[in-house]
Design a protein around this ligand. Structure first.
Ligand SMILES: CC(C)(COP(=O)(O)OP(=O)(O)OC[C@H]1O[C@@H](n2cnc3c(N)ncnc32)[C@H](O)[C@@H]1OP(=O)(O)O)[C@@H](O)C(=O)NCCC(=O)NCCS
Length: 152
């Protein structure tokens, strides 16, 4: 299963936005605003493919000089539980390490905490809700801050 970095604005990026809409936003009755997507041009965009079809994706953004934040992790519904999410995480961790980051953190959905814990991440704080641009506060999923130091 090829994993690769993709370019902002490319046809693959449009596939990524569709996948994230289907898996992360539609279940909440939400979509992406153009101004949200505009901000993604500086992020590291990562996706898993089978031939031309995108199976899953995630993104990395600088948090501080030592730390990168992972976000928008999503795998197609009918392919979850088959190792694609783990493969994306390992690929993202390698990119982060190559870029000199020592730590990865995320504001994980509470429902996905077990996934990150299995990969060695640690829950750092209590539950909270993130205010998303397209929603009222109560539509935002419950999240937990999760973090891990980079392996050597
Ligand atoms: C969460 C998600 C990205 C995980 O990707 P995936 O491809 O399904 O995960 P994997 O198959 O690589 O799973 C790795 C391990 O984590 C476990 N796992 C996966 N999702 C889990 C979850 N939500 N809760 C607890 N454990 C989970 C798997 O059972 C597997 O365990 P095993 O190694 O003992 O077999 C994917 O299920 C998904 O897109 N979910 C919906 C969107 C979402 O919640 N995204 C995360 C936002 S923070």
């Amino acid at each position: 299963m090829p994993l690769k970095q993709i370019d902002y604005g490319s046809p693959e990026y449009l596939q990524m936005v569709q996948l994230r809409t289907d898996i992360l936003r539609k279940p909440l009755g939400l979509t992406f605003l153009p101004e949200e997507l505009e901000k993604e041009k500086d992020e590291i965009l990562i996706a898993a493919f089978e031939e031309e079809k995108m199976l899953g994706c995630c993104m990395l953004i600088r948090f501080d000089p030592q730390t990168v934040r992972l976000r928008q992790m999503a795998v197609l519904n009918n392919l979850q539980g088959k190792g694609i999410g783990s493969a994306l995480m390992h690929f993202a961790e390698n990119i982060a390490r190559d870029m000199g980051y020592r730590k990865i953190m995320m504001h994980a959905r509470k429902t996905a905490t077990g996934f990150y814990e299995k990969l060695g991440y640690t829950v750092l704080g209590g539950d909270f809700q993130e205010v998303m641009p397209t929603t009222t506060k109560n539509k935002s999923p419950i999240r937990i801050k999760v973090s891990r130091k980079q392996a050597k």
